[in-house]
Design a protein around this ligand. Structure first.
Ligand SMILES: [Zn+2]
Ligand SMILES: [Zn+2]
Length: 242
């Protein structure tokens, strides 16, 4: 059974245009990166994990930069977090040079630079997503698609394609899977009509009528096809449905 905090966060995620699971994920990952910056910059295990993975992956490195600037106003926390990463990189590159000198070839040298662990934020994000999805599916199974979370989801833009696939991969019961797919089909049908209207309006009125990115169909279709958990929120203004 989903607790009050989860229901409240899910409600908030459903009130924004775009996939609610992406919104949940984005919020949780930002919170996680913020906690690293505020509480764990000196934690030895975090330093070891980051050194093994050669820091964060590209998308989380960019997100960490944003969080650091937004919450701390500078990159000091990032600098402390990455101290061991950089020290270890100097050693790794030394190993690469040694391999090259032993005539191992550039491929062997490159292997010395290969990360030995997953990006911490990717691993954290995946666990959070599995938790969110399992609570959502449990609620649909226990209370039906008209239950608390089902009702919130029904009024939302619905899951993006990657999250819809992951929900189905969790093997929900047949009626739940069908309900999710029907909601998805209906949403994309509406989106298809809205896209046509926008293109026609643009053709009739010319470039002077430029669709706004915030909640317009062309912006929505981009994030609902690809998912939008990893960047800044595309839609600043809460907008329900499609
Ligand atoms: Zn999504
Ligand atoms: Zn990552």
């Amino acid at each position: 059974m989903a607790d009050t905090l989860f229901v409240s966060e899910f409600r908030s995620a459903c009130e924004h245009a775009g996939c609610p699971f992406c919104a949940m994920s984005r919020r949780r990952t930002r919170r996680y990166l913020g906690s690293l910056l505020h509480e764990y910059t000196l934690a030895p295990d975090i330093h070891e994990s980051l050194a093994a993975s050669v820091g964060f992956c590209a998308r989380h490195a960019l997100l960490l930069r944003q969080v650091s600037l937004a919450e701390q106003g500078d990159g000091l926390g990032v600098g402390v977090l990455y101290e061991t990463v950089v020290e270890r990189l100097v050693e790794r590159i030394g190993s690469a040079i040694a391999r090259l000198d032993r005539s191992g070839g550039p491929e062997e040298a490159a292997a010395a630079l290969t990360p030995e662990g997953e990006c911490l934020a990717c691993a954290h994000e995946r666990r959070d997503e599995q938790y969110d999805q399992s609570l959502f599916l449990e609620d649909l199974t226990a209370h039906g698609c008209e239950g608390p979370l089902g009702s919130l989801y029904a009024a939302s833009a619905g899951a993006c394609v990657p999250h819809l696939r992951r929900l189905l991969a969790a093997r929900p019961r047949g009626p739940v899977a069908r309900w999710l797919l029907e909601h998805g089909r209906r949403g994309f049908q509406v989106l298809s009509e809205r896209l046509r209207d926008e293109v026609e309006a643009h053709a009739v009125h010319g470039a002077a009528v430029r669709p706004r990115a915030n909640g317009e169909a062309w912006g929505l279709v981009l994030v609902l096809c690809a998912g939008d958990a990893h960047g800044p929120a595309v839609f600043a203004t809460p907008t329900q449905g499609r």
